[in-house]
Design a protein around this ligand. Sequence first.
Ligand SMILES: [Zn+2]
Length: 336
Amino acid sequence: MNNIICEVVHSIRNKEKINVNGYLMVKDKNRQNLYYWCCENRDTLQCNGRATTRLIEDQHHLQSVANHNHAAEASRVNVVKSINVLKERAQQTNDQPVQIIQTIAADNSQEIYPYFPSRDALRQSVKRIRRVNFPAEPQSLESLIIPENMQKTLDGSDFLIKDSTIGHDRILLFTTTSGLTVRYGTDETFSLLIRHIPALAFLPPDEIPTVFDELKTNMPVEANEIMEWFEHYYIRVTDNIEYAFPRTQNSVEAWHRRWDVLVGGAHVGVFKIIMEIQKEQNRVQLEAESILRGLPRNLTKRKDRERESRIQMLYNDRENRPVMDFLRGIAHNISF
Ligand SMILES: [Zn+2]
């Protein structure tokens, strides 16, 4: 038993398992740092195989074992690990099932491959995973309730920062607030300019692309990164829920092309789009570490309400102002 460290085989939904000499063991209980494990085949094979480990600095050091009534399957551990990879990729990427299966097949040696579930079974499980947490699309704006898991990024940060009903529209604004406050909070002029971006969400969809371009020319270069960031992350949900993105032909076209590729098909539901935005955010976050982390400020409920009504007033008065003035007015009432 001399200092054998047991590998942990993680799984998204299932209990933690460890690999003890080629047997997969499921956690039974622990007393402080002493862990008791039993064979994963305890019920199916009535196996009494057991093990205890001591957890030291996140590593399971093997203490004792009790014998199994069956042979170890070396391939089993690798199969389980690969299926975990498959589940992860199914949740966090847009890869086609066939691509995902190809990747895990390539990561494993030929000897193990026969122990895999059939390709068809793997394809089914990718589809099943993608259906989970996927509520039925709402039939009307009123019945559109954004589930908790869609209000967060994949790693659990706040993501839906604004959900308001204005006239016949719902506006959902997704962004991570991290960084913006810290980095630009001190420069009021710059900060106000930045807030023109989310203010765009208050324009009719067909005006957004043109105004976005105009805004872009007024922005200092330092804002490029953020402009791009926002280009991806807001949805305006109109009466016709399927019509979730402005459609015009100009420089924002690249954005649409990208979304066509990501979401596929013109008539996709709002939940599907939100999930794509979550994945996109996850991807961009990995690339955009230059944006610092910070904590969003919490507004009191009363302040929130006052702000909402000021925005509503501006919104109703839209016709009487030049578009940039309108945006600035809204921007004054947005904070991160
Ligand atoms: Zn066993």
